[in-house]
Design a protein around this ligand. Sequence first.
Ligand code: GLY
Ligand code: MN
Ligand code: MN
Length: 439
Amino acid sequence: MKLENPLQIKPFKARRARLARHLGAGVVVVPTAPERQRNADTHYDYRWDSGFYYLTGFREPEAVVVMVLGARPRSILFCREKNLEREIWDGYRHGPGQAREHFGFDEAYAYGELDARMPDLLADQEVLHTPVGSDPAWDLRVAGWLNAVRAKVRTGVSAPAQIRDVRVPLGDMRLVKDEHEIAVMRRAAAISSEAHRRAMRSAAPGMREYEVEAELLHEFLRNGARAPAYGSIVAAGANACVLHYRENSAELRKGELLLIDAGCELDSYASDITRTFPVAGRFGAVQRDVYELVLAAQQAGIHAVKPGADFIAYHDAATAVLVRGLIDFKLCKGSVDGVLENGTYKQFYMHRTGHWLGLDVHDVGDYMQKGKWRKLKAGMVLTVEPGLYIRPAPNVPKPFWNIGVRIEDDVLVTAKGREILTAHCPKTVKDVEEAVLDR
Ligand code: GLY
Ligand code: MN
Ligand code: MN
């Protein structure tokens, strides 16, 4: 919980300063996420709000950051008070005093004082920047503060006339990663790459999907990545054709492929890798053809990731390769342009080729601006994840049935092109087969 290295607060302070410069005036108020009950008196593992964390580095529940903007912006943290009784049961709490010092705030107060202090902090401010519309309870609370300021108008104060969604500028900022974030994401990607290698080595006919999931989790945890960034998908055979398969309980059979979509969360940052490999170590002929096609599409997609390109360009590049191959396999009929136009390829490829990646696995940031695709820029991180999911159907020859392949890497846009953060995860047919047979 404690930040051991005081230098680590620097990037968080720098982000607050950057947001303050960007917004100029008003008051920013960002709460962290609530704790969520799992059942009876047990809670889900706590996960702080990503936007709040981005600005603070603070991981305790019941916390709110307030930034009073202007010529000399002030940052104020509201957090839980120290409480010996609760700390005996649940562990360390910073309390406002230590939190202020450790996390570099100008002021810090008890969370219980938030409602009493907010009306004064909002008085005579033009704009309130807060995640409006994300949580009805939060909106109600904000309305309560505004009404408390309005109740005092006869004393000469005025309430903010505008409420703006702070998630919009925050999303834009989070889209372009700073050096601190890139360093963490490189490490998260490396841990996940090793986890996939471990899964390849461990998998064998007769095992259950969850046994392979256990290998992934083992590798995450032993490297300090305390949770997966999303529910791991471990899908053998036909299960690979279920895009969000979560059952993870089927038996692995000789002759089948195993699709694994899993990535760790390290220091709040996600990684997101998919690999598909033969359970017994060698691809069958048709499996291999499908795999090589998805790999070629993925490589075309990765190649199209570069600064200045439209976000959608890499999806288009990957899709064009898939369509060419589907026509060659006689799974689609017509010309590449014709099949792209009529969309018959969507029987086998029904998702987009990737998404932003960061504190959230499907990270924030608009994909389009004013009706146009966003241009890629150095510092953005995205996934490149084409796939083919071939379910039994009358128009599909039997040898293709139930083959599902996806290949997913995490890619950083650089000034000159791209860096594949997950490059150490086996991917070519040869490397994958070797990794499976490396027992
Ligand atoms: N694992 C989620 C995704 O690939 O988008
Ligand atoms: Mn994934
Ligand atoms: Mn993904």
